[in-house]
Design a protein around this ligand. Structure first.
Ligand code: ADP
Ligand code: ZN
Ligand code: ZN
Length: 681
């Protein structure tokens, strides 16, 4: 009789219960914890990860039910480490998702399909990935005293918040930290918020680390590339991993440093599946693997700022721009003083046009930001009041003049612009408001001869088009660049001396409590695009067109005073009982009708009332989501709030598993999910 072993295996089994733990299998081979195996599940064979040996008692649990056998496994793949499994286990528990779901989503999809023979070939390919070529011994700039102090601060270990102005040399600090990490024989993980920023960073890292292996991990890779890069990281062959949020779960056997650049960026929070925050997981991971964690930003998230103030994170400040470049002067253009006829017909105030004109004369570049793509956010009929609503969503369809379509940015529905008002037949239907397309047109009319380019999601849809457009900006082939917030992030525009934000006021009065924080970060970030070259920085400006110039947010922006903005906003949050002074979870439900979605949430809250221990948790009444209907599905949500994070976690752990059964009783509910630490409520 051959020997047999019992193992726990994490599998993706959402149809049973999203929260089920590992399942028990019998195996003829003592698969160590962390092995990737194939196991039968229902009628299928699925990929799973061995979570550990199962106690003998597990054999009796199913009483009579024969345990099934592990089908096969990847013997050639080193097991995923204890630390990696601990990280995944934490993420699944914290964000209320299935262990197998989180664990398997962290693997490259290609890995699940391999047998040992195919794996061997892939491993050989990963091992023979090229190293950064040996160039001349790179010349290192001497560090500024601020950079040196930051570097020394990180040496104390733990979590550091690097609060450095745009252009203060944060990336140089990351490079030095990575060099130290590699010299100590360890690996470095560097996270950035967007794929667009990875090539730029790869270039800088490659120039600095000849003879090393650098891999990237983000959603823009082919499945084969992703597998290769992941294997190189997991086997310890890659020294540096650069990636977006998904990379935070990359297994790294010798992890010594995690950098989270632009740590305040909302892209670090996943908006589907397990809605994890890569920044928060990076902090947890640092503790697990005794790796230093550096969170860098010119405008830290208020959560991180708060932790730094309370001493949980070490605050490292770099307020000075490199080379003595000055931060741009921020000028607020009071739109109340712009004649009404002018404001009605043009997005551009006379003061802004004059500023653009003089930049043009001097051969300098300008950046004009408007956070709305398309020609106009809505078409309307002045005769009967018809508006271009989406038939499937509670949203307007946006007018795109370029192909004369009305497009819904929520469900994607697209139709030709009607020739006449669908309600009254009026031939003269008109655009209301303006988007980047219309702004581009107005700029061209107002600045004859200027070379104007537009960069937004519409002009950068094709692979490589963003790079091409950016390089023409760098080459000086563009005078005025128009675009959405996409332009504000990270790009090193050397000749831009004027940045203008057209109508950011809406965020001041948004129901989203983080809107102000995001706006401030965006405007600071945008200001950081101007005057990066010391030679041009003296006269560089940021102009903000606003109807509320006295608003404290704009006053703090004018003074480049993040600390003042943070102090005031934290005070407001404390009074309102919002994060970081309270901890939130949002339960979302989708159904064919709003009533069905809310009824389910109500039943869920009644279930919470019956729990023995609610531990100071407050459940708010169900409400329709901000955009209540998308693609004919109604969406509702319910807020759960608690002063204590552990108490909220204990409550969710008791409550959420029962909701799976409750869902079965409410046939009308299509989907539901819990979002822990939601970005918007
Ligand atoms: P940040 O990441 O804070 O925006 P960077 O690290 O990109 O800033 O630095 C801005 C510019 O200054 C880059 O061109 C960089 O090469 C340069 N730089 C950084 N540190 C130094 C230094 N100590 N001496 C000279 N130049 C530096
Ligand atoms: Zn009409
Ligand atoms: Zn729609």
């Amino acid at each position: 009789m051959s020997e047999s072993y019992l193992v726990h295996v994490a599998v993706e089994a959402p149809q049973h219960s999203a929260l089920s733990g590992p399942l028990t299998y019998r195996a003829t081979h003592p698969w160590p914890a962390g092995s990737v195996v194939q196991v039968p599940l229902g009628r299928r064979v699925v990929c799973g990860i061995v979570w550990g040996a199962a106690p003998e008692a597990a054999a009796e649990e199913g009483a009579g039910l024969a345990l099934r056998d592990v089908h096969s496994g990847l013997a050639g793949l080193p097991p995923l480490s204890d630390a990696w499994r601990a990280l995944v286990q934490f993420a699944a528990g914290y964000y209320q998702r299935g262990l197998g779901e989180v664990a398997l989503a962290a693997l490259p999809p290609e890995l699940r399909k391999l047998d040992d023979k195919q794996l061997a070939l892939r491993l050989r390919r990963a091992q023979s990935m090229s190293l950064v070529p040996q160039g001349g011994e790179p010349e290192l700039p001497p560090l500024t005293p601020e950079q040196q102090a930051a570097l020394d601060g990180v040496d104390h270990g733990g979590v550091s918040l690097l609060h450095g102005s745009t252009g203060s040399g944060k990336t140089e600090v990351y490079l030095r930290l990575v060099a130290r990490t590699l010299a100590a024989g360890r690996q470095a993980l560097v996270l950035v918020p967007e794929i667009n920023l990875t090539p730029q960073l790869e270039e800088r890292f490659s120039a600095r680390f000849p003879g090393r292996r650098i891999v990237s991990l983000h959603s823009g890779l082919t499945p084969a590339q992703r597998l290769k890069h992941w294997l190189a990281a997991h086997l310890g062959w890659a020294d540096i991993v650069l990636g977006t949020r998904m990379a935070v779960l990359t297994p790294l056997p010798r992890l010594g440093l995690v950098v989270v650049d632009e740590e305040h960026d909302p892209s670090y929070k996943s908006q589907e599946g397990a809605r994890y925050s890569a920044r928060d997981l990076a902090v947890y991971r640092g503790k697990l693997e005794q790796a230093a964690v550096v969170l860098g930003s010119a405008t830290p998230s208020l959560e991180s700022w708060y932790h730094a103030q309370r001493g949980r994170y070490r605050r490292l400040a770099m307020p000075t721009r490199i080379g003595g470049a000055a931060l741009p002067t921020v000028r607020l253009i009071d739109m109340n003083h712009v004649p009404r006829e002018v404001a009605r017909t043009s997005a551009l105030s006379p003061a802004l046009l004059a500023a653009l004109g003089s930049r043009l004369e001097r051969g300098e570049q300008a950046l004009v930001l408007l956070n709305r793509r398309g020609y106009a956010p809505v078409l309307h009929c002045p005769d009967c009041g018809w508006k271009s609503g989406c038939a499937h969503c509670s949203a307007w369809r946006v007018f795109h003049r370029i192909d004369r379509t009305l497009r819904c940015h929520h469900c994607g529905a697209c139709e030709r612009v009607p020739r006449a008002c669908p309600d009254c037949g009026n031939l003269d239907i008109q655009p209301l408001g303006r988007g980047t397309e219309r702004l581009e047109e107005q700029l061209a009319a107002a600045l004859p001869g200027a070379r104007i380019a537009r960069i937004d999601a519409d002009t950068t849809r094709h692979k490589g088009s963003l790079e091409a457009q950016l390089s023409s900006v760098h080459a000086g082939e563009v005078d005025v660049l128009v675009g959405t917030q996409m332009l504000a992030k990270g790009h090193d525009f050397r000749r831009v001396t004027l940045v203008a934000a057209l109508n950011p006021d809406a965020a001041l009065f948004s129901s989203d409590f983080r809107a102000g924080e995001r706006l401030f970060a965006l405007l600071m970030q945008a200001a950081g695009r101007a005057g990066r070259e010391a030679a041009h920085s003296a006269g560089s400006e940021m102009l903000v067109q606003t109807w509320h110039p006295a608003h404290p947010l704009y006053q703090a922006l004018r003074a480049h005073d993040y600390a003042a903005f943070a102090a005031r906003t934290l005070e407001e949050r404390e009074m309102a009982g919002l994060p970081p002074y309270a901890h939130l979870a949002l339960v979302r439900a989708e159904a064919r009708t709003q009533e069905a979605a809310q009824a389910w949430l109500l039943a869920a809250s009644e279930q919470a009332e019956r729990l023995p221990e609610k531990g100071g948790v407050t459940l708010y009444p169900p409400v329709p989501s901000a955009i209540a209907r998308v693609a004919d599905v109604e969406r509702a949500q319910m807020l759960v709030e608690c002063e204590s994070r552990p108490a909220l976690q204990r409550f969710l752990a008791q409550w959420v598993p029962g909701l799976h059964a409750l869902r079965a009783e409410h046939k009308g509910v299509l989907r539901w999910a819990v979002d822990v630490d939601p970005l918007a409520i």
